[in-house]
Structure formats: C-alpha cells, structure tokens
Design a protein around this ligand. Structure first.
Ligand code: ZN
Length: 243
C-alpha cells in the first residue's frame, strides 16, 4: 500500500491542498495530529481530512487545547491567541470530530504518536538522547511521530540506548531495514526546519520504504487569511522562513 503520512497541518489549507496534489493517488492516510491551531482554516482542513479514506487520524496538543483538554496557559502567548481564535471559529461537528481522535495508535509495524511514544501529547523527540529513551516505550519495529515540525529519522544503533539522527534525503525512498526507527514526516502547515516548503512522507508498507518530500505552496495566501482574522504577526511571518 502507498500511504500518505502527514502531521501538524495546523489549519493551513493552502499547504494541505498542495501536499495532497503532490502526493497523488494513495491507498491510505495516516495523520499524526495538530490538525488545527496557528492557521486560519481549521474548518476547511478538518473537512478535507475527514474525506480522505481510509484514514487513521490522531489528535495533538493544539487540538487538545482547543477542546479544553489542556490548559491554554501552558502555551506561549501567540499560540494561546491562535487557540482562542480557533475555539471561536470551530464548527460544533468539527469539534466533535477532534474530540473523537486518540493521541496515539498503531498501524501494522508502526506505532503512531503525535509527540512521542512515552508522552503522546507533549514531548519533543528532537535529539538523539530523547529518541534513545523513547525506543523503550514501543514494541513495534518503527514509530511515527510529529510535533517538532522538523523532518527526522532516528535510528536505534544498539539495544543499550545509543541512537543516531540521519539527515533526510528528499524524494528518495529510504529502505526500512533491520534497525528500529522513529520517523518524523515534518509539518504540513508550519515547518520549523528552516525550509518553508510543506513536508510530508510516503510510506510503502509492501516495498518497506519511507520517502520524505517537500512541496512549495502559496504561503502568501495563508498569510493573507491570517491577517484577515487578526492572528498574531509572528505566526504569520514565520511561515516565510520555515521557522
Ligand atoms: Zn504542532
């Protein structure tokens, strides 16, 4: 099966549409959470996501904050403003949809978590030390995470906890071998790895390959919508930088 893996859409419809167009025909979709928050199109993004089938979708920390399952005060000032705006804009049926999503799950050999297998809603797997510890918290060969908004491939080098961070090679399928991996497809709607292009991955569970891709999208279209709704300036500007 050719599977589209996406994470951290963050209500950025222009980025989400560009990813779907670039990915082409897929047999299934895995979405690792943070569908809303930051961006201007929460309802449009949820409607588009729900139409993709078959779909496994998780919730993230921003989705939980919008639902009141996390304290908004735990977020930075700009994120708080975006969460409060999203709460006021979200349709009741879309709110119920977010409410139905778990923060972790499993798909065959792949454990799924928004943030980390240890703390599915709120831990950044952004360094090899944290990744090495997290290999203890899932039993499958591989784990897919989002949350950091940065493409990453962590490889467990030995059972005694040593772990490597591999650099992604875009548009080249990586063969999934014997080593256990924690894979992050990056963020669709708010990349933070100094590359403003939307990020996603194609997983082939038969050929056993993982391919990370980047795609340009009309950033200014999303930024214009954010200005229209008075979302924080810093959140608007950062999209241009991918940071
Ligand atoms: Zn996020």
């Amino acid at each position: 099966m050719r599977i589209l893996v996406i994470s951290d859409i963050h209500a950025n419809l222009a980025a989400f549409e560009a990813v779907l167009a670039d990915a082409g025909k897929v047999d299934a979709v895995l979405c690792l959470g943070d569908i809303v928050g930051y961006g201007p199109d929460p309802n449009e993004c949820i409607a588009l996501l729900r139409d993709l089938k078959p779909l496994i979708s998780l919730s993230g920390n921003h989705d939980w904050a919008v639902l009141g399952k996390l304290d908004v005060e735990d977020f930075n000032h700009d994120a708080q403003a975006a969460i409060r705006w999203t709460q006021s804009a979200l349709r009741p049926d879309h709110r119920a949809y977010l409410q139905s999503l778990p923060p972790a799950g499993q798909f065959g050999d792949f454990t799924l978590a928004h943030a980390s297998p240890r703390y599915p809603v709120w831990e950044y797997v952004a360094d090899t030390l944290t990744a090495a510890e997290n290999f203890e918290y899932f039993n499958t060969p591989y784990c897919l995470v989002g949350h950091t908004h940065a493409v990453a491939i962590f490889e467990q080098m030995s059972a005694n906890g040593y772990c490597d961070l591999l650099l992604p090679e875009y548009n080249v399928p990586l063969s999934l071998g014997e080593a256990r991996l924690i894979l992050n497809p990056g963020s669709v709607g708010q990349p933070r790895d100094h590359d403003p292009r939307a990020a996603y991955a194609i997983l082939d569970d038969e050929a056993r390959t993982w391919e990370v891709r980047r795609v340009e999208y009309p950033i200014e279209q999303t930024q214009a919508r954010m200005r229209e709704f008075g979302l924080p300036r810093r959140l608007i500007v950062r999209l241009s930088y991918g940071w």
